[in-house]
Design a binder for this molecule. Structure first.
Ligand code: CMP
Length: 140
């Protein structure tokens, strides 16, 4: 196992329902460390760029509207195999398919308002972290 970093977003459906602490408890209980964190209001341009890979998908415009509908908490997580570890803590994208005990099973409203985002690869983690954090803001 290697120590890795991954990027996380606590999405507007979760901040709206005051679930930041409950989600962070699940992250920390899993052994991942929150080594950078800030609450921001994403701009439309930031959301469009962040999700550019989905630009041709039918849900893209709704996703950008949702991600800018309220505050989000962006985070850097560190731990053993952090990318895979966080994906297992989050559960499946669609909460209806997520395993019991995962963040999305317990908290997500639907496939769009699914409470959290996590990077899908080491390479994307580095790109996503650099979107929102400078090196000085990450205290490992
Ligand atoms: P996330 O892991 O942030 O990556 C893309 C996001 O698009 C996803 O979580 C959901 O919030 C949203 N989304 C909305 N509809 C779909 C869908 N049909 N399939 C996958 N993702 C979707």
């Amino acid at each position: 196992m290697t120590t890795q970093r991954t990027f996380s977003i606590i999405k507007p459906d979760a901040t709206r329902r005051n679930l930041t602490g409950a989600i962070n408890a699940k992250i920390e209980t899993s052994g991942l460390r929150i080594i950078a964190q800030k609450r921001i209001q994403m701009t439309k341009a930031q959301a469009q760029e962040f999700y550019a890979v989905h630009a041709e998908r039918p849900f893209y415009n709704d996703l950008v509207s949702f991600m800018t509908s309220g505050p989000v908490v962006v985070q850097v997580l560190e731990g053993d195999d952090a990318v895979a570890a966080y994906r297992s803590v989050m559960g499946a994208t669609n909460p209806a398919e997520a395993e019991a005990g995962t963040i999305r099973k317990e908290f997500a409203e639907n496939i769009e308002a699914n409470s959290v985002h996590g990077s899908d690869s080491d390479e994307n983690a580095a790109i996503e972290i650099a979107h929102f954090f400078s090196a000085e803001e990450i205290i490992g």
